[in-house]
Write a protein that binds this ligand. Structure first.
Ligand SMILES: N[C@@H](CCC[C@H](N)C(=O)O)C(=O)O
Length: 279
């Protein structure tokens, strides 16, 4: 086979390898995802976004139109996740830059359902992220300290811990402890400081990846939890993350995420490397 094409991109420095697969025939094994994301033996990334027609995706959820481009998202450890807020912005930008979609508003298929996106002239992207549902309370532990948090479902699971401890002081090199009864499939854990009336700062430890410089679904969960703790159901906030800043709105009907989407480079994977890293 010819070398596999790729594009490298990021959204607030949450970085991805984009793999176009118009025929739906790419054998994207867990081993290949791990190798691609490895920062020493691969390209290096937090995750992989396969660009594939929905009709070719065997586990596409019911209700996603077959004619849509589908974001087949994988974490760096090879696991599949339902949704990726930074990834979907990069995915949308990729579709526009390659002529597979036109600037403006269109819809993308994901494992969390259909998501409306708007690619703006300045190349920022707004995503309709769907409902951000507060589903309970739990706690995370870091270095033996418990941080109470709010569990939020944004298609994927989050535990948002608002704290007065400066988030920049936390050691997130190891996964925070969590309650496996509340989160049987693992969880993305956000630590949040309130900076001002509508300004938050967040760090995240992502399921299947580790600490990343941003997590789009995590920022939406963060704003939903912050509003919930204030007894509110709607509002707008900016969320500063190590890799930049995004804007989130939440109301009774759903949520939106707006932020940058950057394409860095493109090329072709070495055929022998692809073959060697299949299993
Ligand atoms: N970085 C993503 C979230 C990716 C999935 C997550 N690690 C999970 O396993 O749920 C984002 O920007 O939302």
């Amino acid at each position: 086979m010819a070398g596999v094409e790729f594009v490298k991109g990021h959204g607030t420095e949450n970085d991805f390898v984009v793999l176009p697969d118009p025929a739906g025939t790419l054998a994207l094994t867990e081993a290949r995802v791990r190798a691609l994301c490895d920062r020493s033996r691969g390209l290096g990334a937090d995750g992989v976004l396969r660009v594939v027609p929905t009709r070719a995706v065997v586990d596409a959820p019911a209700g996603v139109d077959d004619s849509l481009w589908f974001m087949d998202y994988r974490n760096a450890d090879g696991s599949v996740a339902e949704m990726c807020g930074n990834g979907v912005r990069v995915f949308a930008r990729y579709l526009v830059e390659t002529g597979l979609a036109s600037e403006g508003r269109f819809t993308i298929g994901t494992r969390a359902g259909e998501r409306g996106v708007t690619v703006h002239p300045d190349r920022t992207v707004t995503v309709d992220m769907g409902p951000a549902r507060v589903v309970g309370r739990s706690a995370a532990t870091v270095d033996g300290t418990a941080f109470p948090g709010v569990a939020v479902d944004v298609g994927n699971p989050h535990l948002v811990c608002r704290t007065d401890t400066p988030v920049d002081d936390l050691d997130l090199t190891r996964p925070p402890g969590h309650d496996p009864v509340v989160f049987p499939h693992g969880v993305n854990v956000e630590f949040v400081n309130v900076l001002g009336e509508d300004a938050l700062r967040m760090r995240v430890h992502e399921r299947g990846v580790g600490e990343t410089r941003s997590c789009g679904t995590g920022t939406v969960a963060t704003v939903a939890a912050w509003l919930h703790l204030a007894g509110r159901t709607s509002g707008r906030a900016t969320v500063a993350v190590p890799g930049g800043q995004v804007t989130v709105t939440v109301d009774e009907r759903g949520s939106t995420l707006t932020g940058p989407a950057v394409l860095v480079a493109g090329g072709e994977l070495d055929e022998q490397w692809w073959a060697d890293n299949g299993f």
